[in-house]
Ligand binder design. Structure first.
Ligand code: PAF
Length: 283
């Protein structure tokens, strides 16, 4: 696997990979890789001739009071994991390569990014959209893979690709979970042993709410029950537990179309997010 930090070298390596019309799948990451990222790389390998991954801890998607300075950085381990999984190029630009002037021109995420995570983390999705558009320009992949764990991010990126007419196929990969159900996340590393035990209540509370709603329980009651479960387990604050249209992320009061149950809450100093599909009976 080639580790590349310079755009000219990247262009040359990509040119070699594309010879004979071969296709390239791209897995953008911020590093601190885990089995969830490896599932993206494995799916990328199944769908394209070559796999390119990137590691860039993107400052523009972190708020002033967030964890940019302490975000886990494990370059050597990450590179070894990617190589083992069959990734051929690891693109690792620095901040000056990514944003030579600042960034000056940015991408404004669609309105779909103003709600949920966007409401709790203003500007977050503008930062994500800006860096992903920039990465797509640098790598020019045929397809790019994103985890459903960051469900709203996936929706923002799909919308951006449609609105800007970008020629890249977006592929969603289901959330990878630990044996107790907790969604894999680089930020799980922040949890203490006790918090890690309590964290499993998040997927459980969502699972129970999803089941109750699919079984016909009133949505507001099921959501309230999930919030109570989280509060009892020590989550504080609970930013949201909501049922949304699976595509537009508009709020839903009844299960009359494919939906997504999404939650975000803090356990100690760690903010966790998770989501599950909720299907109406006739789907
Ligand atoms: O999901 C992530 O790791 C990041 O938000 C992404 C897509 C790599 C953009 O920085």
């Amino acid at each position: 696997m080639q580790i590349i930090r310079d755009q000219d070298a990247l262009n040359e390596a990509l040119g070699a990979l594309r010879e004979g019309g071969a296709t390239i799948a791209f897995v953008p990451t911020m590093g601190a890789l885990h089995a969830g990222h490896m599932a993206l790389v494995a799916e990328a390998r199944r769908r394209a001739d070559h796999v390119v991954a990137s590691i860039f801890v993107n400052p523009t998607q972190f708020g002033a009071d967030e964890d940019l300075a302490v975000y886990p950085r494990r370059e050597a381990t990450d590179a070894a994991m990617l190589e083992q999984e069959g990734c051929e190029i690891l693109w690792m630009p620095d901040v000056a390569t990514m944003y030579p002037d600042g960034p000056e021109a940015t991408v404004r995420a669609a309105a779909i990014g103003d709600t949920l995570e966007g409401a709790s983390r203003p500007g977050h999705f503008d930062g994500v959209a800006t860096v992903v558009a920039r990465l797509f320009e640098q790598v020019r992949p045929d397809l790019a893979l994103f985890g459903e764990k960051d469900y709203q991010q996936l929706a923002v990126i799909r919308q951006m690709v449609r609105d800007l007419g970008l020629e890249v196929e977006i592929v969603a990969v289901p959330t990878q979970r630990d044996v107790d159900g907790l969604a894999l996340s680089s930020r799980n590393a922040y949890l203490s042993e006790e918090e890690r035990r309590d964290a499993r209540i998040l997927p459980r509370a969502l699972g129970e709410a999803a089941q109750a709603i699919e079984g016909g329980a009133p949505v507001s009651e099921a959501l309230e029950r999930a919030r109570t479960r989280l509060a009892e387990a020590g989550f504080d604050p609970i930013d949201y537990v909501e049922l949304r249209d699976a595509e537009t992320l508009q709020p839903l009061e009844a299960l009359d179309r494919p939906a997504r149950l999404l939650a975000a809450a803090k356990l100690g100093r760690t903010r966790l997010i998770d989501n599950l599909p909720v299907a109406p009976a006739h789907q």
